[in-house]
Design a protein around this ligand. Sequence first.
Ligand code: GRF
Length: 191
Amino acid sequence: NNLAVFASGSGSNFQAIVDAIKQGQLDAKVVLLVCDKPNAFVLQRAEKEGIPYFLFNPKDYPNKTAYETIILANLQKLSIDYIVLAGYMRLIGETILSKYEEKIVNIHPSLLPAFPGKDAIGQALQAGVKVTGVTIHYVDEGMDTGTIIDQHAVSISPDDTKESLQKKVQEIEHQLYPSVLKRLLKKIVNT
Ligand code: GRF
C-alpha cells in the first residue's frame, strides 16, 4: 500500500496520515509527497519525516500534460497504489486520472456538493448554514465532484469565526482521513 500525498499548503492532513501510519493505525507507507509550492510548510514536514518529495513549478512546463507526465513517471517508478490529495490546489488531469482510476481521493472542508472550490469554510459562514463538515471523495475531472466515500458533519455556532470553524473542521479531517484510508485499503468502502 504505497501512498503518494499531493499537497500545496500546511500539510496538517499529510501529518495526520503519517502519524496514523507510525502509530500502527494504518497499514500503508507514504512513499512520496508531490508539491507545487516551494514555500509550503508541508515540505518541512516531509523532510522531518524523511519522506522524499517531488517539488515542481507548473510555470516551468508548457501545460498540465507536461508536468503530469513527469509526476506519473515518479509515481510509477515508486509503485504508488493510491494518490491522496490533501490541500493540493489543482485539478488532476487526464494523464494521471487515466492511470489511477478509483485510486485518487480528496478531502474537502464542506459537505459536498455544497460549497465546492476554494474557501469552503468562508462560503459556509457566508451562507449562514448551521451545519457544514468534511467530505472524502474519489477524484474525477471536475472540481470536488467525484463519488462521495464518507462525510462528517460539523455544527456552526453563532459565535464561530473562520478561524474557529476551520479548527473544528480540521480536527475532524485529521481523524476522518486516516480512518477512511484504512477502509479504502481494506476495500471496505461503500459508495
Ligand atoms: C484542508 O482543509 C482540506 O480539506 C483542503 O485543504 C486543506 C488542507 O489543509 N482540501 P492542510 O494543508 O492539510 O493543513
